[in-house]
Ligand binder design. Structure first.
Ligand SMILES: Cc1ncc(COP(=O)(O)O)c(C=O)c1O
Ligand SMILES: N[C@@H](CCOP(=O)(O)O)C(=O)O
Length: 466
């Protein structure tokens, strides 16, 4: 499989190349040149497969020519071996026709582990084959960082530098990152928002001398490999509920648009997905766009669901590229305009095709708390402040006869204060993290300034070499 850039100015590359490159040289995001197609018979054949096997089958076409099927299966088996649930991504029914798919059974208690546990192994495999090293720079609003650190710590060929917005994650989230003291891991607390962190990462990639000097790579969902590894759980849920002989809808709490984009890709590959419902918090740019074609960025407001405190959703560019019929020139011009003005004028016809498939619902903090309490009282299900937003979107948009699956993206123990305020319950961390608040923390505070962040990345990586 070859990959092309959404901005059309980068050469087509293999899967291994784009895994290591992360972001295309023209500032665009990589997309597969063609979409793999699975028939109803193909889906039926996968129905009884254990998760790791199903994941390898679904991802194989995206990695064809780079990772052979036997290796991919081995890496998948390894990646999911330490999850704390035999089903890996179990489904729980909470109401008539409404299911929750729990994606938080990995080591850092968030859906990011589903992809990141595989990515760490893919990086290792490709870098060993090529005898190379890379520096991973990542931006996190709370969960990507710890999942990346957990998946990459101690790996000789990887240095990892994670930027988080100072004071804007939960204490559990921050400590999950900053208490990992392996020499190949550095944490930077940026004086800004997640969007600032994400901009800094993209700016480091755009600084070609720095990019080449550090051999930069990415673990955010700007890296296609992240999206590829998030597709299988949609397949797993849909097949468990009767696909391909029945349609399924999904509801996804959304920030950077990577998770719901993976659901859209599953549909593009032939999975019968009826409706995609996006949940936002007060940072509701996606909901405003989906409902009224208003894509205007506003200042980021801290919320009870900090991982979704995002205004610039990187993966929207991939959706736009597709709905523009892969017209990379128009895509580049809309993205550049958005960056310059903070507003995107998506053509009405494009918006209305997107609107035909996606719907959005936004919840403020008060509504989030009320929903957590109501769902807990009615269904005895404890949903974290992100998951509950997906559940609320799923409840609003479900249709009779079509199962709605809401994605549970984080374990409630990552946000104990919000959970206690809503339900009186203070969810405990699992034994592996029980001493999290006794561990030593290490991180550096840096201003939101590119050259100072680049210096900090350099020195983090140099320390690692010592
Ligand atoms: C717990 C949680 N829920 C939802 C999201 C939003 O997912 P995405 O950025 O893929 O839209 C994130 C962050 O990515 C998250 O950490
Ligand atoms: N919510 C995310 C933000 C980054 O998203 P990603 O999927 O692009 O890595 C986080 O928790 O860091």
């Amino acid at each position: 499989m070859k990959y092309v850039s959404t901005r059309g100015q980068a050469p087509a590359r293999s899967f291994s190349d784009i895994l290591l490159a992360g972001l295309a040289e023209d500032g665009g995001l990589f997309m597969p040149e063609t979409w793999p197609q699975f028939t109803a018979e193909d889906w039926r054949d996968m129905r009884s497969l254990p998760y790791a096997q199903l994941a390898a089958r679904v991802m194989a076409p995206f990695m064809a020519g780079s990772i052979d099927q036997k290796t991919l299966l081995r890496l998948c088996r390894d990646a999911y071996a330490n999850f704390d649930h035999a089903a890996i991504a179990p489904l729980v029914q909470i109401e008539d026709g409404l299911f929750v798919q729990e994606l938080f059974h990995g080591p850092t208690l968030a859906f990011k582990d589903m992809a990141m546990q595989l990515l760490g192994r893919l990086f290792d495999h490709v870098l060993t084959e090529r005898d190379e090293r890379v520096t991973i720079v990542g931006a996190t609003s709370g969960d990507t960082g710890s999942a990346a650190i957990e998946a990459c710590k101690g790996r000789e060929r990887l240095s990892v530098v994670i930027l988080h917005p100072e004071g804007r994650t939960s204490d559990v989230q921050r400590r999950q990152m900053t208490t990992v003291l392996d020499p190949n891991i550095s944490n930077l607390a940026v004086q800004g928002t997640f969007d600032d962190c994400q901009d800094l990462v993209k700016a480091m990639f755009a600084d070609m001398p720095f990019r080449n000097e550090m051999r930069l790579s990415a673990v955010n969902s700007i890296n296609w490999a992240r999206i590829a590894a998030q597709i299988p759980y949609y397949v797993y849920a849909a097949l468990s509920l009767g696909a391909p002989d029945r349609e399924i809808s999904f509801a996804v709490p959304t920030g950077n648009f990577g998770n719901v984009l993976a659901a859209w890709v599953a549909r593009r590959m032939g999975l019968p997905v009826r409706h995609l419902c996006v949940g936002s918090n007060r940072n509701d740019i996606l909901t405003r766009f989906l409902n009224t074609n208003d894509m205007t960025a506003r200042a980021v407001v801290p919320s009870l669901s900090p991982s979704m405190d995002i205004q610039v959703s990187s993966n929207f560019e991939r959706l736009l590229f597709e709905f523009l019929d892969r017209d990379s020139e128009s895509c580049a011009s809309l993205m550049t305009g958005f960056r310059q003005t903070g507003k995107m004028d998506v053509p009405e016809s494009v918006w209305s095709s997107i609107h035909g498939l996606f719907s959005g619902l936004a919840l403020d903090d008060e509504a989030t708390t009320t929903e957590i309490r109501n769902v807990h009282q009615k269904s005895q299900y404890l949903a974290d402040p992100h998951t509950i937003i997906g559940i609320a979107a799923g409840r609003k948009f479900r249709q009779p006869g079509i199962p709605m699956v809401a994605m549970a993206t984080a374990h409630p123990a990552k946000f104990p204060d919000a959970m206690r305020a809503a339900t009186g319950i203070f969810p405990a961390l699992p034994p592996s993290l029980a001493d999290l608040f006794d561990r030593e923390e290490r991180f550096r505070v840096v201003p939101n300034t590119l050259n100072l962040v680049e210096d900090a990345v350099r020195s983090g990586v140099l320390n690692n070499d010592r």
